[in-house]
Ligand binder design. Sequence first.
Ligand code: AMP
Length: 309
Amino acid sequence: MRILHTVEEVIQWRTQGLRNIRSKGTIGFVPTMGCLHPGHASLISQSVRENTYTVVSIFVNPSQFAPTEDLDSYPRTLPDDIKLLESLNVDVLFAPTMHVMYPQGIPLDVEKQRGPFVSVLGLSEKLEGKTRPNFFRGVATVVTKLFNIVMADVAYFGQKDIQQFIVLQCMVEELFVNTKLQMMPIVRNSKGLALSSRNKYLCPDSLKISENLYRGLQAAESAIKNLAPGARLSRSEIIDTVTEIWATYIDSHDFKVDYVSLADFKTFNELSGVEKTSKQQPLVISCAVYVTDREKPDTVVRLIDNIVI
Ligand code: AMP
């Protein structure tokens, strides 16, 4: 595996000699922030299966972190990540420095930022965007930069960050970007907890408690799937089904709910309810919950999860 740090190195790899590597096959691309786990590995393996070459990037992107968030403490495990990537037969790891990606620097205070940024208006303000107002601007900006460098045929993203996928899909379509996006299912542990680099912050007890996040979503999923033809569940009935499963953890202050959403899959518009009809549109039940660590009560981790029905 080649480990490249600069844009010039990636361009040189892509245009090896005078032949463009894309004329010899396809390039699959998996952007990550590192601290790789089996969720990342599933995206990477899919890319390796489907493409001639696979590029993975590892870059903890400052512009998607608010000044109050965990940029400095975000887990960084590069030596282990490199071993995993080699075992998965990745061709190129692109691990740029901050200066490569943001030549004018990147202060976390948006007012002080300089240079080009990409916003996907409309979708970015909803759900995650309410709590993290500049998050999708940061994501869309870094992904645009990475896409322009790597020039992949296909890029792989996880359903774990479903709103991110929808935002990027809109960006790719309407900025006429020449890279297709593919969404891969959420990889969970045996008890249903969605794998996340941020799970590392939590002690074993709190991780166990966090497994109930998915149980809540599953309860709502079965309520919808078991609806009789023509029957309807209101939005509040569906959301209450989720929070009832979480009730003991909300009462014990292990969970603080940021949001539970019932939304249309494509537009992320909130729905007033669900009716069982033959042509029901795909919908997403998604949530964000603050989990307070039982061993270190100062550590509060925001976990997200979702189910598409
Ligand atoms: P991150 O390193 O957190 O930026 O994630 C990089 C990519 O991996 C994103 O497309 C995520 O949606 C995806 N990803 C993260 N966790 C999971 C998971 N548990 N299952 C599937 N994909 C995931």
